[in-house]
Design a protein around this ligand. Structure first.
Ligand code: NAP
Length: 317
């Protein structure tokens, strides 16, 4: 089968011809129809998780995917051949990813989530949702955002951000979204009440002007610890600041003035069910920036670290 994989930790991802996997007990074999790209893919290729879980090489990349179950292993009770499934194919050993024609995954992936695709949902949408959607939903719930409160979303135009903006706006929050000019109108249409172009203005100063008493919450989806500290300083006493990228320092985490956390997803199965229900009902959109072909994945992974994401990049397998 065709796959995008790395031969060794730290190698450049490349297109390879590999044997299709077979399902072991408790696993299902999925013929993938679509996948989506996430920053974590580059992290996995670089060996970011090597201390935390086992890996198999050549390591097939890709955590988000959607496709059809073609075979089930012994002991699988809830799924059968023909079922359409989607989810985050993240579990030990890492290396059976979704950038492939086939992937094996456990019926209940220990580090990820898998479920049936709702009737009528296109595979591309089902593949775009898992990691980014679950993160946005989980992070907003972790900060307990309520109707009428204000939130600064930093990195609002990317995969996680587009869901966070919509979910926060749907809760009745006033969303201040960072956006470069090309994305300004678009992010407003998704629910942002205000925008701040971080390339042209001092975002913190702008927020201090519009919200002199502080904002209720900050969700930072970018990767600079100093920037997170600065934006956490915009939160009013008793509010919350959440980093999705582990940029909250130990000193900030110990803050008694505001609740600070480095967000880690819990109960992904529940998050996947709920974010998918939001999309299936039409309450949120699933913004897809581009759909690429299999051959374009290695290049897209390089591009994923270069910035400029406007929603999700999906892959037609
Ligand atoms: N904790 C978890 O479980 C979890 C799960 C998923 C993702 N994450 C993390 O969450 C982060 C976001 O993921 P993603 O999928 O949304 O990434 P993404 O799709 O690459 O989006 C990042 C966005 O940030 C914008 N950006 C870059 N620099 C910025 C700055 N200085 N100020 C404001 N915006 C800026 C980018 O747009 P421009 O380049 O045009 O500015 C882009 O729209 C990543 O660090 C990822 O690793 C964590």
């Amino acid at each position: 089968m065709r796959a995008v994989a790395v031969r060794n930790s730290g190698d450049k991802p490349e297109l390879m011809e590999l044997p299709a996997p077979r399902p072991a007990p408790g696993e299902v074999l999925v013929e993938l129809a679509a996948a989506s790209v996430n920053p974590i893919d580059v992290g996995i290729a670089a060996g970011f998780f090597e201390d935390q879980m086992s890996h198999v090489y050549p390591l097939v990349l890709g955590v988000d995917g959607a496709g059809r179950v073609t075979e089930v292993g012994e002991g699988v009770r809830g799924l059968k051949p023909g079922d359409l499934v989607h989810g985050q194919f993240f579990r030990a050993p890492l290396g059976n990813g979704t950038f492939a024609e086939y992937a094996v995954v456990t019926e209940f992936p220990d580090g990820g989530a898998l479920q049936r695709v709702p009737d009528g949902m296109p595979a591309e949408i089902a593949a775009a949702l898992p990691t980014a959607g679950m993160t946005a939903l989980g992070a907003l719930e972790a900060m307990g955002l309520r109707d009428g409160q204000s939130i600064l979303v930093v990195g609002a135009t990317g995969g996680v951000g587009v869901f966070a903006v919509q979910l926060a706006a749907a809760k009745g929050a006033e969303v201040i979204a960072t956006a470069r000019p090309d994305a300004d109108q678009w992010i407003r249409q998704l629910g942002a009440a205000r925008t701040a172009d971080y390339t042209a203005v001092d975002v913190a100063e702008q927020v201090r002007r519009t919200h002199p008493g502080g904002v209720d919450a900050v969700l930072d989806l970018t990767r600079d610890p100093a920037r997170f500290s600065e934006y956490a300083g915009l939160v009013r006493d008793g509010g919350a600041a959440v980093s999705a990228s582990l940029t909250a320092s130990p000193e900030l985490l110990a803050s008694e003035r505001i609740a600070v956390s480095n967000f880690m997803m819990e109960d992904k199965q529940d998050l996947l069910a709920r974010i998918t229900a939001e999309a299936a009902s039409g309450r949120i959109q699933v913004p897809i920036q581009q759909t690429i072909t299999f051959d374009q994945i290695p290049e897209a992974l390089v591009g994923n670290t270069a910035g400029g994401a406007r929603g999700k990049t999906t892959v037609r397998i």
